[in-house]
Write a protein that binds this ligand. Sequence first.
Ligand code: ASP
Ligand code: MG
Length: 430
Amino acid sequence: MGLVVQKYGGSSVADADGVKRVARRIVETKRAGHDVVVVVSAMGDTTDDLLELAEKVSPMPPARELDMLLTSGERISMALLAMAIANLGHEARSFTGSQAGVITDSAHGRARIIDVTPGRIADAVAAGQIAIVAGFQGVSVETKDITTLGRGGSDTTAVALAAALGAEVCEIYTDVDGVYTADPRIVPTARRLETVTYEEMMELAACGAKVLVLRCVEYGRRSGTPIRVRSSFTSLPGTLVTGSIDDHRTDGEDGTVEHAIISGVAHDRSEAKLTVVGVPDRPGTAAAIFEAVAAAGVNIDMIVQNVSAAATARTDVSFTLPKTDGATAVSAITAVRESVGFDSIVYDDQIGKASLVGAGMRSNPGVSATFFKALADAGVNIEMISTSEIRISVVTSAGDLDTAVRAVHTAFGLDAAPDEVAVVHGGTGR
Ligand code: ASP
Ligand code: MG
């Protein structure tokens, strides 16, 4: 039997009992004959607690020191887990990200993995040990400083290690039983997906689904590593992320796999909407606005430009952006007000985004019609729309978001029978 990489999130190791429960689960896998490498997150809300602590000593902590602080969370859980496994009579060794060969760039707080050289992990496994690796962290190839991969980054550590070690599967243990057709916290009738393709999972993650971070799915797709999302609180099979939308057809012709038209509805409350009012309708103004935003390092998502009013030859341009970048974007655009010649800026952070994702959209006419009819019937007003090949997203008011998600979920027949209702075992949704 092959190598399995298992990743346990913070809610699975929230306290000593959780650590012991996870240790038993790891030992079971080992006893079943697998080689096991484990990636672990910080216990419970440790990372948030450490961030708060940092804020108390400095309003703007140096990024290098913040990473040094935050990575200590994973060191606590990895050492405790190794102790708990040793107590069950198995040999375990814990390793920091740096010791495990997770090499990154030097962008503190959002470092990207450049290479994984897991020599020490492979040696530990060859010696029959269970290797426990601290998630969410690496070491910069340039500065040799310790880096973090961004919030939720342990998923990425796990898939990157699984790929580098040639694991047969990367199991991500979390506080829900798999990937659901919607967040069960909003849609109690959400159904667990048995499988979902990398592309659909990437769209769901990019549109706010918190169950996996986007980068880990990108990594899985690039390396062809199957990712199984499951709960550490049950023995249910969870959801397997694997395969491409190009391998699936919805008609079952040519002996190809039948695949659901729609895989789910994601939602996102992390964005705000910025409207530049009274923009002169001539070439170059949009470029000037978005150049200013880009120069400030702000990533934007949806963009809408209205038809200009004939009388004034002026138009409004709206776009969405992370709430955390709101102040930066407003001051960057304010700085070009005179040169661009617009009237004013309206900033609205009381919005939400609902996204319908499914590979079958490509070949099934009528998906958008059903989507918009569901929103209309629910009395939800749409502020912005954007699409990709396998996704339709709308921006609504924050207050309408839950209604929108539930209405769309029901309209596409995604609701589960009353006896298969989803269980959320713990945690806070991250
Ligand atoms: N502990 C880190 C966080 O809370 C990394 C992770 O959980 O994946 O973001
Ligand atoms: Mg966490």
